[in-house]
Design a protein around this ligand. Sequence first.
Ligand SMILES: Cc1cc2nc3c(=O)[nH]c(=O)nc-3n(C[C@H](O)[C@H](O)[C@H](O)COP(=O)(O)O)c2cc1C
Length: 445
Amino acid sequence: MEVKVVRYVRIRVMTKATLPSTASINPRRVVLGITGGIAAYKSAELTRALKRSGIDVQVVMTDAAMKFITATTLQALSGKRVFTDLWDESIPNGMAHIELSRNADAILIAPASADFIAKLANGLCNDLLSTLCIARNANACPLVLAPAMNREMWENPATQRNVARLIADGVIILGPDSGDQACGETGMGRMLEPEALLTAVETFFAAQNTPKNLAGVTALVTAGPTFEAIDPVRGITNSSSGKMGYAIAESLRDAGAAVTLITGPTSLVIPVGIKAIQVKSASEMLSAVMHKIDEVKLFFAVAAVADYTPIAPHPQKMKKSAQGLTIKLKPTVDILATVASLPTPPFCVGFAAESENVVEYARKKRESKRIPVIVSNLATEAIGANDNQVTLIDDSGEHPIPKASKAKIAAQIVSHVATLYLKRQSPNTTESNIKPIKAPRIHNA
Ligand SMILES: Cc1cc2nc3c(=O)[nH]c(=O)nc-3n(C[C@H](O)[C@H](O)[C@H](O)COP(=O)(O)O)c2cc1C
């Protein structure tokens, strides 16, 4: 089985339109640290992007960074003096390393060189930027790194050890991405693009405003399509983009849950702070889910899992034939039903995508699978789209959620489910603000 665990967090690229802007209501301050890597040229664009979104940017550069891009450029773009020297005497108390982080909402190091990552992992502080990072109040000022380096440098065991240590210390790592590198090689190590870094920073700030009512709760989410092989190069799949499942995973994370995402093949990037397991087929997804299910309290089955799979995939690429092609299919195992029928199942939320009679089919699906919550949506409009319009069905009835971005729909679903889940744990919890339109009592899961 090909189940690949993504070791380092990467970010999901979202359009600005899908994100709540924090800029105008609450201007944020970011210290942008630039270290010595080729990608330092992208920091100029990043500075502009952060400024455009209303974020106040204070640039701090290492000596090596100034070999790649001048402080003058960054000063012009940020509109502020750039700090580079630990021994700067212009700050009244002479302690730039303390003063610069005291008002900051985050320190973002982009690019973060292998050298700088090694320094931070070992607590070294022999220049302004590293001293600033160590002297910050870690509770008030998170440290976010966007590594950028040659792929051999990234894969070097020392770099990997250092990154793992920083993650354990609570440092957020964005990327890196894979692709063409300045050195002419191809592989992992490219810095995320400025727009993606901006999105990650905005998402991070927006998430800080979400109530953490699921703090400490473990959640498992499936997302995306599955791919059922017919032969080594062909298969049966569907047009699910994974956007709804990824949005649910992000909303759960924002509510404080520890989230594992089991994802079929999608073009989306794994969101920050979410552990992902990548699978291909329905049977791989089932195995990955069953491997994790005992550890979780909430299970969201959002993936569009294939209902059928070829009985005997051909070992070689099949040749085109004038006789046509007949493929014998067998039903796949129903993952949600399997989980829901466990002796002590987690709190299960199913998704039903139908092309007609959506709510009626969803209600029946909820009954037959004996799950507490199901979310129905119109497959023809929801699959692959950025927006969705759903009806949540639970014991108290049907709760329509009007058309909105999948991020907003996900936030409402998670808020409602959190209320139901917490109420089960402690019956005094108050109701969520999604109002039922009918109240047909069906059964308890
Ligand atoms: C042309 C050139 C390109 C470099 N590019 C990178 C890079 O992309 N990533 C990296 O980690 N180091 C890179 N280095 C090495 C760093 O600049 C070097 O390790 C330096 O000491 C980093 O200093 P700093 O971490 O204080 O900024 C490069 C060096 C040179 C000469």
